[in-house]
Design a protein around this ligand. Structure first.
Ligand SMILES: C[S@@+](CC[C@H](N)C(=O)[O-])C[C@H]1O[C@@H](n2cnc3c(N)ncnc32)[C@H](O)[C@@H]1O
Length: 194
């Protein structure tokens, strides 16, 4: 079972990279799979800081905020406008996209899509303004195979984002006993070469 205590570290890393508000931010997979207590949702925190935040998730969420718009959709099949967001954030979602079963996600919301991880990157690229920033964290090299987790390595994850038209500004790996977490700070280049 993956422990998820890296969240505060990921959120702090991401927040340190964010340009200051007012900005339009998209949080892909803004829900919570494990109902962790004591950690505020990152999207909610950004709303409180004055960002204009849109969240998208395949499962419903319960909180609301005047700076927050929620879309109950999959990133693989969404109605988000193109070239709209200054920043996209997505924490521990990329490796789950299109994998079907996922812990904590209601059965009726689960989705199978073989190239979900590619569509995810194309969508991040499409919705970002040119020079917009993306902060994506993903599990790589899990020690246990799990059906809901795509098997990325650091190299495959890095190469995919470069291939899809992002410049890597920073990247960092955090190793835990069960997996490595890969943190990517990206900038959208002019055109998508994917
Ligand atoms: C491991 S949780 C991470 C949640 C949150 N980002 C966090 O920091 O705790 C993965 C989230 O991604 C969502 N998700 C999975 N596939 C998705 C998809 N195709 N489109 C949108 N959200 C998705 C799940 O419903 C779940 O809320």
């Amino acid at each position: 079972m993956f422990e998820s205590s890296q969240r505060p570290r990921e959120y702090l890393w991401a927040y340190s990279k964010l340009p200051k508000p007012p900005l339009k931010v998209l949080d892909i997979g803004c829900g919570r799979s494990n109902g962790e207590s004591g950690i505020e949702d990152f999207a909610k925190f950004l709303c409180e800081q004055g960002y204009d935040v849109t969240g998208i998730d395949i499962k419903p969420i319960s909180w609301r905020h005047e700076n927050f718009t929620f879309r109950h959709e999959s990133i693989t099949n969404n109605s988000l406008p193109s070239e709209t967001f200054d920043v996209v954030v997505s924490f521990q979602v990329w490796h789950h996209v299109g994998m079907g079963y996922q812990l904590g996600v209601p059965k009726e919301c689960q989705e199978r899509c073989a190239n979900g991880h590619i569509i995810f990157l194309n969508e991040v690229h499409r919705v970002l303004k040119t020079n917009g920033v993306a902060i994506i964290t993903t599990v790589i090299e899990p020690s246990l195979r799990r059906d809901d987790t795509r098997q990325f390595t650091r190299e495959t994850a890095h190469n995919l984002v470069v291939q899809k038209g992002f410049e890597v500004l920073h990247e960092e790996a955090i190793t835990t006993p069960n997996y490595t977490l890969f943190l990517l700070h990206l900038r959208k280049k002019e055109s998508n070469h994917g």
